[in-house]
Design a protein around this ligand. Sequence first.
Ligand SMILES: NC(=O)c1ccc[n+]([C@@H]2O[C@H](COP(=O)([O-])OP(=O)(O)OC[C@H]3O[C@@H](n4cnc5c(N)ncnc54)[C@H](OP(=O)(O)O)[C@@H]3O)[C@@H](O)[C@H]2O)c1
Length: 316
Amino acid sequence: MKLKKFIGNKNYSVGAKNFSPLRNQNIMQNILITGSNGQLGNEIRAISENYPNFQYFFTDVDELDITDKEQIRRFVAENDIHFVINCAAYTAVDKAEDDEKMAYLINAEAVKNIAEIAVERKVKVIHISTDYVFDGTNHVPYTENMPVSPTSIYGKSKLVGEEVLMQTASQSIIIRTSWLYSAFGNNFVKTMIRLGRERDSLGVIFDQVGTPTHAADLAEAIMKILNSEKWISGTYHFSNEGACSWYDFAKSIHRLAGVDCKVNPIETKDYPVRTPRPFYSVLNKAKIKSTYELEIPHWEESLRKCIADLVCSERS
Ligand SMILES: NC(=O)c1ccc[n+]([C@@H]2O[C@H](COP(=O)([O-])OP(=O)(O)OC[C@H]3O[C@@H](n4cnc5c(N)ncnc54)[C@H](OP(=O)(O)O)[C@@H]3O)[C@@H](O)[C@H]2O)c1
């Protein structure tokens, strides 16, 4: 599918080992975005032109493999990087249970690589983590200092990533987010639209509650943090406003996308998956909102925008 929203950055060419930025170091600050072919990385790319005082280096594993420390060291030095936004991750939650080594390599050991280079080169890091660091037994939104207790390999590996980053490069910012979706990549929104078109009815879990996050809103928050020139290190929570179950989310997706499919509420126990998901993972966003004066849209408002983009790109 061709996405209208996708834009390249005119300042440089992206391609394997082919970076030729037009440099003006007096006014530009250089940002390295890792894992930029994923949902969040693509959304940062899509808004990068709105923040022209930065020079962007969008990379994914082919250009820069974050498990290779020497490669990061070289890239950061050669391109005089000031900030790293680490969007690279092992995100296949179920697969991680059988692929533990790789999950830890990318979500933890590679984060240590970035942290060590950040200290060496005085680079500031924004790292993305997850609501899966919590076990989901809460009944009120999770604040940043509540006890963590991941139940999956994915969650555990992401938690070790957070820990090694802060132990090594304590000046970093960690943003935990939840239920990420985007017009780019594969996610729940696209899956529900596809299945809803293929089937007459669908069972979706109603006893797990969280908050969807449009990756475009998270990208905007990250760029506002960088643009604010106010760097307050630590851990922050970010998702859209409100809360819902996967069932409510699916119903809204179908309504907004004009998909005619009966969605039936089912319980977690009736939908066996490899990895248990948190029953409750709503994140409290008070800290990021007050520190960076952010206004965050309600999840349904952002979902409407994302689906409008998807429908528009299907028509073109
Ligand atoms: N997706 C969610 O629902 C969710 C929820 C909460 C938090 N998060 C966190 O949010 C962040 C962004 O998630 P996302 O959904 O944008 O992830 P994504 O779409 O899976 O993108 C991750 C990108 O990283 C790349 N990558 C993997 N290994 C790499 C390596 N060694 N070096 C460089 N790049 C590598 C991936 O390439 P391949 O595709 O080729 O592997 C992919 O392009 C992640 O930290 C994730 O843990 C996600």
